[in-house]
Design a protein around this ligand. Structure first.
Ligand code: HEM
Length: 236
């Protein structure tokens, strides 16, 4: 019990740390901070945590030193759900999204986000030992693994469909003049890229550990290059 509380404590501290960093970045970029901005930081934190949960198993399989991180998966997954839930609820409170409308009901992006949220809710509900006993280890593990994978894919779509126009704008025209620091790239790019990295390295595992590791390091270098390019685009 004490051990589990400690794990929740560490997961919460790490998650609020990520939330604080994302919030600060958005504040620097926009020059103000309100519910609209906090909502982006909530969403970004949930996205990064979900991607991390799917990455950590692979890290432990490739590198012994990450073995100790495996025990945090459950708590980080639950905290990811709480951040995603907060993002979903807050999105309904922001007038410019107008989510209590027929137009919102027809918006595929929102359905994708909603479905991902339901999957995370399901995984949270069945995270206890009672569920392992009820379903059996194999079935339970199947639900957890494929649930998290499906949720990540849905969120990738959710974000991509909403944000790719803004990313294209950033690379073609640069940041909007209304921003306090237009040379800073959109935050969504920074949560999207690592999630893509996780998908690529997980797919790389299908080729066995040797090629998988090569794909891991190649993708990590590409991720670093993508960050650099995104940042330096308007400075060079
Ligand atoms: C009922 C469920 C959901 C609703 C109604 C919803 C709604 C929204 C809305 C309105 C935006 C646009 C925000 C903006 O441009 O400022 C957005 C963006 C986003 N959402 Fe969701 N979402 C839901 C679920 C999720 C889930 C489950 C995740 C992640 C686990 C997620 C991650 C994101 C991310 C990363 C962004 C981009 C934020 C940014 O601009 O930096 N969403 N969502």
């Amino acid at each position: 019990m004490k051990e589990q509380l400690k794990r929740y404590g560490i997961s919460l501290i790490a998650s609020f740390g990520i939330f604080a960093i994302l919030s600060f970045y958005l504040f620097l970029r926009r020059g103000y901070y309100d519910l609209f901005i906090a909502n982006k930081a909530l969403a970004g934190t949930a996205f990064v945590l979900l991607a991390f949960v799917l990455l950590v198993g692979l890290l432990a399989r490739y590198f012994v030193r990450f073995d100790g991180w495996l025990i945090y998966r459950k708590e980080i997954g639950i905290v990811a759900f709480v951040f995603a839930l907060a993002h979903g609820v807050v999105s309904f409170l922001i007038p410019q999204f107008n989510l209590f409308s027929w137009a919102a009901l027809a918006n595929v992006n929102l359905w994708l986000g909603g479905l991902a949220l339901l999957i995370l809710l399901f995984l949270t509900v069945i995270s206890g030992n009672w569920a392992i006993q009820k379903f059996g280890v194999q079935k339970w593990w199947f639900f957890q693994q494929w649930g998290a994978r499906l949720a990540l894919i849905l969120v990738l779509y959710h974000v991509f469909l909403m944000k790719y126009g803004g990313w294209a704008d950033w690379f073609i025209h640069g940041g909007s003049k209304t921003l306090a620091r237009p040379y800073l790239p959109p935050l969504s790019l920074f949560s999207f890229l690592p999630a893509i990295f996780v998908v690529v390295v997980r797919l790389g595992e299908f080729f066995g550990p040797k090629i998988g590791k090569v794909i891991f390091f190649a993708s990590l270098s590409l991720l670093a290059a993508a960050y650099l390019i995104s940042f330096l685009w308007w400075l060079v």
